[in-house]
Write a protein that binds this ligand. Structure first.
Ligand SMILES: *Cc1c(COP(=O)(O)O)cnc(C)c1O
Length: 367
């Protein structure tokens, strides 16, 4: 059996519906902004119960633009977690800020006690990453941000439809970034991203900045950038979004099957933990495994395509040399890099493929 990590081939095995929607778009002639984009934005905002959504060029752009629109000034400190995809930290640098890294709790989401301790007079924002689809402790982070007068941004690039205490990601922060990259929970046919915000004023500023600062065709209010969600991608996103709640439920169910099965393997496998009240959407189903590299090789031989996210946390990347961190400083994230393994859990897996994956992991620890 071959259990694929990526689902794209399965998702697009039936193309006719997409092509019909695209034909309609092309004949309408609105390929930038326009109806297709605003309809997608409205649907995405409604799905998360947040008033405003703005389509942008990528998840990375969403982060850079959100920080910029919130008024980040050169040298302002932004606190975030070292255990994330590099784009989180790259975005802070490109928005002109100084990343201040802290460790994660249990290897997954940002450790809020360390956030408190890292606040200085130069701190301007907290950037909470909902890493793996787990959700950071937003009630506590919101309270800290309010008490200290800081902006709160969510990196929900891995957490579409995640939530905590019945409130969706995107409803806690001043602005929240989402990615539509082909490997994320809601994807398009290339790059794309979205920003959610509860603020009409911030939404208007973001729209202006991402469309060259043009208030009308001939008037530039400020020098901005070009980062828009292509209408072609909005059409694909709208179509996939119809199935998203069901797909997300299926992914959570796959994770629950893994949790139950691996829970029986004692201390060989630690299943992902989440705080009470969290709707974890398992963009990545990551376990911490004994003899991780041997398990990875065993799965590879058995046709189960597992991956490592990520072997090296951001503070140990060559790009981070100038930030002044050293090995040993963030033990949770560093240990995570050594023991974590990501198993395929996407909603296009069959029940048999999930069973097969479970059986392969069991077999490895039995031998
Ligand atoms: C994917 C991802 C990004 C960047 O999104 P792109 O659309 O690829 O630019 C940022 N942060 C996290 C946590 C991500 O997983």
């Amino acid at each position: 059996m071959n259990v694929p990590f990526s689902y794209l081939q399965r998702q697009f095995s039936e193309l006719d519906g997409y092509l019909a929607d695209l034909r309609e778009l092309v004949s309408s002639g609105s390929l930038t902004l326009g109806h297709a984009v605003s309809e997608f934005e409205r649907g995405f905002a409604a799905l998360h119960g947040v008033p405003h959504a703005i389509g942008v060029g990528s998840g990375t752009d969403a982060l850079v633009v959100a920080l910029h629109a919130l008024g980040l000034q050169p040298g302002d400190e932004v606190i975030t977690c070292t255990n994330t995809f590099v784009a989180t930290v790259g975005a802070i640098v490109h928005a002109g800020g100084k990343p201040v890294l802290v460790d994660s709790e249990n290897g997954y989401v940002i450790d809020v006690d360390q956030v408190e301790a890292a606040v200085t007079s130069r701190t301007r924002a907290i950037l909470a990453v909902h890493y793996t689809g787990n959700v950071a402790d937003m009630p506590r982070l919101r309270a800290i941000a309010d008490r200290r007068g800081l902006a709160l941004v969510e990196d929900a690039c891995q957490a579409t439809l995640g939530g905590i205490n019945g409130r969706s990601v995107g409803s806690w922060g001043d602005a929240t970034a989402f990615s539509l990259h082909p490997l994320k929970n809601l994807n398009v046919w290339g790059d794309g991203g979205l920003i959610l915000t509860p603020s009409a004023d911030l939404a208007a500023r973001i729209r202006l900045y991402c469309n060259h600062g043009l208030i009308d065709r001939d008037t530039c209010a400020e020098f901005g950038i070009n980062s828009r969600l292509d209408a072609v991608q909005a059409v694909i996103g709208s179509r996939l979004m119809r199935d998203l709640p069901a797909m997300s439920a299926r992914q959570i169910a796959n994770a629950a099957r893994y949790d139950a099965a691996f829970g029986e393997l004692g201390d060989c496998v630690d299943v992902p933990v989440r705080r009470p009240g969290v709707r974890h959407v398992y963009h990545l189903y990551i376990v911490r495994a004994k003899r991780r590299d041997a398990l990875l090789a065993h799965l590879e031989r058995s046709g189960v395509r597992a991956k490592i996210h990520y072997p090296r946390p951001v503070h140990l990347q060559p790009a981070a040399r100038g930030l002044g961190y050293r090995e040993g400083q963030f033990p949770m994230a560093e240990e995570h890099g050594r023991v974590a393994i990501t198993l395929p859990a996407h909603p296009y897996l069959t029940d048999d493929e999930v069973s097969y994956t479970i059986e392969q992991v069991r077999q490895f620890y039995r031998s």
